[in-house]
Design a binder for this molecule. Structure first.
Ligand code: ADP
Ligand code: ASP
Ligand code: MG
Length: 480
């Protein structure tokens, strides 16, 4: 894009895009370059890379009474953020101010952790108060770095913008109320030609209590802001060049996919492509806003555009079967739980009661599959939830287990869900068979398959030890 247009761009920078002096300088350069093409630019930033993990770890250590860890973490947080302040903010007065705020927030962190230590527990609300500090720190640095580079900029904590329910650690936004706040707070800044820099990841309840949108939630923040402004485009800046045919950490030869449809993107991210948070797709789809995923360190590469489902379907017709599957993903650390018994067919509402019992433990179920016989229900859950889920199921079906209508409720060892995603899957018969053959030829054992939960995805369950090889094998299959 070369001509300035009266339009609005939301840009989100992930942790590695702001985690070092070099990265943040590059982010600043990218924002300034985009400001030449776009009249209104709104920035959303994650915490510096590693910071949210450190905050989470600190709360866990605090619960266990580890005072030493709290003090060390505070020192590390101050050091990490001071370094960037010193490197990126030239004006002594502005640098001193940024440092003072950093010190303050880090002291808040230590105080909160000490309170958790005394109580011996961290409620979800307390967790959110602590983990939100990462973005509250980074947003100040990025806004100040932009100012120092000559771009008028103002940081905003989205506790004043994104209104959510009180489902701490995974809060849901109220878009109407958020929209009203955006109009009141962001629009005036944009009218003055400022670049607002917003915290990703966090919001607040109507009463003003800080919430977070779930790990990796800054993408979701960008989508919410993009949809409510509304923006003309949302760009997600990260450390890889867009959405790739597989996680490049597992498959080094993975390639950038130039265009994916909303539906494909939703499946890819839902089934483990961490490059975009699964919840980030919906708000922008509903407004038809294009999303671009691009590389902070290769800003001239186009990356990936997420396009409408209609355009995606048209592409399949145009390209024929050349690209039935676009990408392969993996979700690790799962277990498959099976409820089985010959008498199950006669028991009313088994499925509803099964998933009711799972839901009561607060566990998410990425995949439901029909096992070989119809007298069983199988589904996957994260491995750490297995004990709670089994317990809940045993309680729900005590009677049926006693009467042998249900023979057993059991869990596999750790497994992975491997998913192939592509619009072409729905028009192309026999893909599942080919996928199986490819895995069979590589001597990989498939425990279960789920096709049809979505028209554009096929999921397979394999042992954890086989996960990497399964992704590589399928990747080879789709790209050769
Ligand atoms: P950020 O901090 O920018 O939000 P994330 O770590 O959340 O970045 O997401 C980017 C990472 O997602 C990449 O470094 C890559 O390892 C991983 N990833 C997993 N699957 C894919 C995929 N299909 N395409 C691109 N990246 C992927
Ligand atoms: N900082 C948060 C996390 O690490 C949110 C994000 O980066 O998207 O989960
Ligand atoms: Mg992310």
């Amino acid at each position: 894009m070369t001509k300035k247009k009266p339009s609005t761009l939301v840009m989100k920078f992930g942790g590695t895009s702001v985690g070092t002096t070099e990265a943040m300088s590059q982010a600043v350069a990218n924002i300034r370059a985009s400001k030449l093409d776009w009249e209104r630019v709104v920035v959303v930033t994650s915490a510096l890379s590693g910071v949210t993990n450190l905050l989470v770890e600190s709360t866990a250590r605090a619960v266990r009474g580890d005072e030493v860890f709290i003090s060390q973490a505070e020192t590390e947080l101050v050091k990490k953020h001071f370094e960037l302040a010193e490197d990126l903010i030239e004006s002594p007065a502005q640098q001193a101010q940024a440092k003072q705020e950093i010190k303050h927030l880090c002291a808040d962190f230590a105080n909160l952790c000490r309170a958790i230590r005394v109580l011996g527990e961290a409620t979800p609300r307390a967790m959110d108060a602590v983990v939100s500090l990462g973005e509250r720190l980074s947003v100040r640095l990025l806004a100040a770095a932009l100012q120092a580079a000559g771009t008028p900029s103002q940081f905003i904590e989205t506790t004043h913008l994104i209104v959510t329910d009180d489902d701490f650690q995974s809060a849901h936004p109220n878009l109407e109320k958020t929209e009203a706040n955006i109009a009141a707070i962001i629009e005036p800044l944009l009218a003055q030609g400022q670049v607002p820099v917003l915290t990703g990841f966090i919001g607040a309840t109507e009463e003003g209590i800080t919430t977070t949108l779930g790990r990796g939630g800054s993408d979701y923040s960008a989508a919410i802001i993009g949809a409510t402004l509304p923006a003309d485009e949302v760009w997600i800046w990260t450390d890889v060049t867009g959405v790739m045919t597989a996680d490049p950490r597992i498959v080094p030869s993975a390639r950038t996919i130039p265009e994916v449809s909303y539906r494909e993107m939703a499946e890819l991210s839902y089934f483990g492509a961490k490059v975009l948070h699964p919840k980030a797709v919906r708000p922008v789809v509903e407004k038809g806003i294009p999303v671009r995923i691009c590389n902070t360190f290769e800003p001239h590469e186009k990356g990936t555009y997420v396009i409408s489902d209609e355009d995606g379907a048209a592409q399949v017709l145009q390209n024929g079967n050349s690209q039935i599957v676009k990408g392969v993903t993996a979700i690790q650390h799962q277990s498959v739980i099976t409820v089985e018994g010959r008498g199950m067919l006669g028991v009313p509402g088994v499925a509803a009661r099964t998933f009711g019992a799972v839901a009561a433990t607060g566990t998410s179920v990425p995949l439901i599959t029909q096992a070989s016989s119809e007298q069983s229900i199988s589904f996957s859950v994260p491995i750490e939830s297995v004990d709670a889920v089994l317990d809940s199921l045993h309680r729900a079906f005590t009677e049926e287990l006693e009467q042998r209508d249900i023979d057993r409720v059991w869990a596999t060892d750790e497994v992975a869900i491997i998913t192939a995603v592509g619009n072409g899957l729905q028009q192309t018969p026999g893909v599942a068979g080919k996928v199986f053959s490819a895995l069979g030829a590589a001597n990989l054992n498939v425990y279960a398959i789920a096709q049809g939960s979505s028209a554009v995805a096929i999921s397979l369950i394999v042992a954890t030890k086989d996960a990497q090889k399964a992704v590589q094998t399928l990747h080879h299959f789709i790209t050769s």
